[in-house]
Design a binder for this molecule. Structure first.
Ligand SMILES: CC(C)(COP(=O)(O)OP(=O)(O)OC[C@H]1O[C@@H](n2cnc3c(N)ncnc32)[C@H](O)[C@@H]1OP(=O)(O)O)[C@@H](O)C(=O)NCCC(=O)NCCS
Length: 256
């Protein structure tokens, strides 16, 4: 599945200015944002100085992946908001994204955080699977068009709807997932599907309306399910590459 070997890749915190500049350059390469949508180097520097972090993945001296997080606060509780995670194309699907998240978790726990959050596009099948199944995050909030229409081709000109991933790093759920224990059972009360063709539909002007229709339908279904107290607790993929969110009631008490 992968193009380049990743066993020798080192993951560590970045704090030198040159490393922040390399993260900025990789951001440009991965998202292909126009200049106005890019997070500037100075924000990487600030994040690392105010209680967030910048984590780099290095193949020898080359930066091939990074994670950027900033501290957040809600209802009197501090948490870490992970704003970006990126792996250079030829190093993907070899577990590096997950390894960087685990490094982020270690650093966050060592500094007293219990919760890490990030937002993700629910139309991205691979990210959804990674977040829910391989990391154990849950989701119970939906933000409509969070950033407006962005310049990244990854978004395909669609509204930037986002699910909020909550990663309760000390929860039984996360500990079980990370220990490769059997997944915690739950009664599935709703299923929300994303067709494998979504990437093609987003990429072409002529089919974009189909992607928009999936997004609009799923938006409605997520907001209704969340209003009923359900959370995303599972994610299924089939052999054709279709994805499916599984929703149920989360019985652990974690919430800020
Ligand atoms: C998201 C991203 C960081 C993931 O990095 P990565 O190193 O490829 O991720 P990992 O290999 O750790 O995990 C990906 C998982 O998805 C699986 N996967 C790969 N292709 C898939 C697909 N088409 N559909 C579903 N799952 C897929 C992988 O097999 C892996 O699961 P596994 O560990 O069970 O094998 C990387 O794809 C990326 O940089 N994307 C562009 C930027 C982005 O979207 N960032 C996230 C939002 S900020």
């Amino acid at each position: 599945m992968t193009g380049a070997a990743t066993s020798d890749v080192t993951i560590r915190k970045c704090d030198a200015l040159a490393e922040m500049q390399a993260c900025f350059a990789l951001q440009k390469e991965v998202w292909k944002f126009s200049d106005t949508d890019l997070i500037p180097v100075r924000m990487f520097v600030v994040a690392s100085k105010i209680g967030g972090h910048v984590i780099g993945a290095f193949a020898e001296r080359d930066l091939i992946g990074f994670a950027l997080a900033i501290p957040g606060m809600r209802n009197g509780h501090c948490y870490l908001h992970s704003h970006m995670l990126a792996v250079r194309q030829q190093y993907r699907n070899a577990g590096l994204g997950r390894r960087m998240k685990l490094f982020q978790r270690q650093d966050a726990l060592a500094r007293g955080f219990e919760l890490m959050e990030w937002t993700f596009d629910p139309l991205e099948i691979k990210n959804s699977y990674l977040n829910i199944e391989r990391l154990g995050a849950i989701a119970r909030r939906y933000n409509v068009n969070q950033y407006g229409i962005t310049s990244s081709p990854l978004q395909g000109g669609l509204p930037t709807d986002r699910l909020v991933a909550e990663w309760w790093m000390k929860s039984e759920r996360v500990e079980a997932v990370l220990a490769d224990a059997p997944p915690t059972k739950f009664e599935c009360r709703a299923r929300i599907a994303v067709p494998a063709e979504i990437y093609e539909w987003k990429a072409e002007k002529t089919t974009r309306a189909q992607a928009l229709a999936v997004q609009a339908n799923n938006r409605e279904r997520f907001t209704t399910a969340f209003a009923e107290g359900l959370s995303v607790l599972g994610y299924e993929r089939d052999e054709r590459g279709n994805g499916r969110f599984l929703l149920g009631e989360w019985d652990e008490p974690w919430r800020y």
